[in-house]
Design a protein. Sequence first.
Length: 288
Amino acid sequence: MSTFTMDTSTSRATPSPVPGKRTTVPAIRGRKANGKTEQPIVMLTAYTMRMAQLLDPHCDMLLVGDSLGQVIYGLPSTIPVTLEMMCNHGAAVVRGSWHALVAVDMPFGSYEGSPEQAFAAASRIMKETGCAAVKLEGGEAMAPTIAFLTQRGIPVIGHVGLTPQAVNVLGGYGARGRETREATKIIADAKAVDDAGAFCIVVEGVMEQIATDLSAKVAAPVIGIGASADCDGQVLVTEDMLGLFERTPRFVKRYADLAAEIGQAAATYAAEVRERSFPTADQTYRPK
Ligand code: KIV
């Protein structure tokens, strides 16, 4: 019997401190059995090595979300995000983590054209980052692509409901599924993604009842964001929950107020530089 345990971090320049212990796709998929998840799955976004190091001990999964377009690059939406950006940040997050499963978002325009285009982009992401999975947006229309990828060794996380890459079609970032027709379509999307082989499904910005119904209907774990506490897990954009932005969406709970702390630290530093009270002897090299 083989004793080999897959660990994408052990072959990298910075070996894992605990080789072989990285959370696997089957482990995440197996957290939901007979329609139930005993312990909800914890997921947060990460875009940098240091943030990954800080979040890793607490998370089952780290998502290198294309939300990095707005959060890191100050772009107006996720639409301009490139494969290169996702690969660079994905590799940094894999280097900064050893326990969580790292998934990387496929950026807009890199997978919608055809299953073959999606395979080329996803395999590049996996080769260049060492991540274990990719995430892509879309329901029924993307099901053949999800099946194509999973059958060829690429684990996929689906993403239904509010799909930010479709902002120009949707007309904004408002919650989805207020009308019955749209609610029915979101549930059909989740079912299609589930049947296609996604090992978990992100459901974003939907009426709570949709998330509850949908979680009960699909076999894969459902990770909610602006969805329902009944989902099999939750994800948030880390910078939102750390209070790094002035405006946070309704579904975000602020667990810290880092913007205020950073502002305070920068103001104290600036004052000390201006009055020459920094650096002091403690921060200065002098002959022994
Ligand atoms: O890009 C992202 O960060 C995401 C999460 C909000 C689920 O897709």
